[in-house]
Design a binder for this molecule. Structure first.
Ligand code: HEC
Length: 138
């Protein structure tokens, strides 16, 4: 009797352990499940509001449109091939983030959202992209 109880307990323990492992290994890249390092939230945009030369727009068309679509709605030609659902960049959920957070997401990326540190090297250009994301929502 005791051995039977022991094997049941062992089974339960192993099952619980396995489930925990599975829960932590399955990629959970859904909206909102993208923790950013805290430093981005308070990062200051020294170039806020400025996209006077259309640099941000050009970079967006060159690097972002294929997935995010011309207007940022998430309907670019590559969007269908992606597993991750993209939020509309003009939506409240996206626009309520700070410029720094948008910078962290747009330039550093995560999973299927590519990293642009090498493709967009200039700091001012990066912020121009953020400014263009703001302009999209207007
Ligand atoms: C290969 C397709 C692809 C390209 C190219 C791409 N993105 Fe993304 N982007 C994604 C995906 C997928 C997500 C959603 C990621 C997630 O939620 O895990 C995302 C998320 C974002 C977010 C976060 C939105 C939110 O939910 O808060 C921003 C901001 C963003 N992208 C900006 C850009 C900018 C700016 C560029 C160009 C410099 C760009 N992206 C290029 C696929 C792409």
């Amino acid at each position: 009797m005791k051995t039977k109880l022991n094997s049941i307990l062992t089974f339960v323990a192993v099952a619980a352990f396995t489930l925990t492992l599975v829960a932590f290994t399955i990629p959970t890249s859904q909206d909102g499940d993208w923790p950013l390092p805290a430093k981005y939230k308070t990062m200051v945009n020294k170039f806020a509001g400025d996209d006077s030369d259309g640099v941000g727009e050009d970079l967006f068309k060159q690097h972002c449109r294929s997935c995010h679509g011309n207007e940022g709605f998430g309907d670019g030609s590559k969007a269908k091939e992606l597993k991750t659902e993209m939020r509309d960049l003009t939506s409240k959920e996206v626009q309520s983030q700070t410029d720094g957070e948008l910078y962290g997401r747009a330039i550093i990326g995560h999973d299927e959202m590519p990293n642009f540190e090498k493709k967009i090297r200039d700091e001012e250009d990066r912020w121009m992209v953020v400014n263009y994301l703001r302009a999209l929502a207007k």
